[in-house]
Design a protein around this ligand. Structure first.
Ligand code: ADP
Ligand code: MG
Length: 268
C-alpha cells in the first residue's frame, strides 16, 4: 500500500452524513430531504442552491435543530465540532444555538416581533445568551446593530420592525444572528426579498463580518450566480437530494448533473 502523502484535510466544523428528514402530513409522510452529505470547514463559506421546494430550508433547520413539530430527522448524523446533534436534548441544542450556530431566518417579517422595538429584540438575544448584562445591554445593542451596518443605530434601536425598510430589517436579523459570535452562521435566503444594490451591500457587510471573525457560513439561495460569487464551494439540491457539489468555478464552468446544467444555462 502506498503511503498517504497528502496532508490531512482540515477537520470540518460541520459534518452532515446521509441525513434524511420527513414531515408528517395528513396525506402521509413527505420525504423532504434524503441522503444529504456535506461538510463545512472552519472559516469556509459554502452555498446551497436549488429551486423552491428543493429542501434547502429543511436542511438548514434540521442542522440547527429547529424543524417544525411535524418534521424529524429520520436517518443520518449531524456533527458540529465533533459533537453529535441528532437526538441531542433540547437544552443542549439551545446552548449550541446560543454559542455555536447563528441563524438569519428566511422570512424577516415572521421572525421579528412586530410589537417589540428592534433594540429590545437584540437586547433579549444578548441577555438570553449571557452576552450582555442589564447594565451594559443598551450600549451593546447599539454596537451590535452598528456592526451590521445599520445607520443611526442608537435611534433605530428605538423603532419597530414596520418602521424599517426590508434591507434594514435584514441587517437587524444579521446582527441578531451574529450576536453570539457563532462558529457557524446559517443564512437562509438573506437577501432574496431585496433589490440587487441593497442585496450587494448587505452581502458585502456579511462577508466582511464573517471573514473578520473566521465564522463559517452556510449561505442558502435560489440564485446560482450569487452563490458562485459569494461562496468558495457550491452544493446543488434538487427534489430533496444533493445532485452535485464542488468548487464554485467548477459548478459554473463544468456542471456534471443535468439539473445543474439547466441552472447554468438559465443564469443571466
Ligand atoms: P426550499 O427551502 O428549498 O424552498 P423546503 O425545505 O422549504 O424547500 O421544502 C422542501 C420540501 O418539504 C417541500 O416539498 C415542502 O413542501 C416540504 N415541507 C417543508 N416544510 C414542511 C412542513 N412543515 N410540512 C410538510 N411539508 C413541508
Ligand atoms: Mg426555503
Amino acid at each position: 500500500m502506498p503511503l498517504e502523502t497528502r496532508p490531512a484535510a482540515a477537520t470540518p466544523l460541520l459534518q452532515v452524513r446521509d441525513m434524511a428528514v420527513d414531515f408528517r402530513t395528513l396525506e402521509g409522510p413527505v420525504h423532504a430531504v434524503e441522503g444529504v452529505d456535506l461538510e463545512i470547514a472552519p472559516g469556509e463559506t459554502v452555498a446551497i442552491v436549488g429551486e423552491s421546494g428543493s429542501g434547502k430550508s429543511t436542511t438548514a433547520m434540521a442542522i440547527i435543530g429547529l424543524l417544525p413539530g411535524n418534521g424529524k430527522i429520520v436517518r443520518g448524523s449531524v456533527t458540529l465540532d465533533g459533537q453529535e446533534l441528532v437526538g441531542a436534548a433540547e437544552p443542549a441544542m439551545r446552548k449550541i444555538r446560543g454559542r455555536m450556530i447563528g441563524l438569519v431566518p428566511q422570512d424577516p417579517m415572521s421572525n421579528l416581533n412586530p410589537v417589540s422595538k428592534i433594540g429590545t429584540q437584540v437586547a433579549e438575544t444578548l441577555l438570553a445568551h449571557g452576552l450582555a448584562t442589564r447594565k451594559d445591554v443598551d450600549r451593546k445593542v447599539v454596537e451590535t446593530l452598528a456592526a451590521a451596518g445599520l445607520p443611526d443605530a442608537a435611534e433605530r434601536a428605538k423603532q419597530y420592525p414596520h418602521e424599517f425598510s426590508g434591507g434594514m430589517r435584514q441587517r437587524a436579523l444579521i446582527a441578531i444572528g451574529l450576536a453570539c459570535n457563532p462558529r457557524l452562521l446559517i443564512a437562509d435566503e438573506p437577501t432574496s426579498a431585496l433589490d440587487v444594490t441593497v442585496q450587494k451591500t448587505i452581502l458585502d457587510q456579511l462577508g466582511r463580518m464573517t471573514t473578520d471573525t473566521g465564522t463559517s457560513v452556510l449561505l442558502i439561495t435560489h440564485d446560482l450566480g450569487l452563490a458562485a460569487e459569494r461562496a468558495a464551494r457550491v452544493i446543488v439540491m434538487h427534489r430533496g437530494r444533493i445532485v452535485e457539489q464542488g468548487p464554485a468555478r467548477q459548478i459554473l464552468e463544468d456542471p456534471q448533473h443535468a439539473y445543474t446544467q439547466s441552472l447554468v444555462k438559465a443564469a443571466p
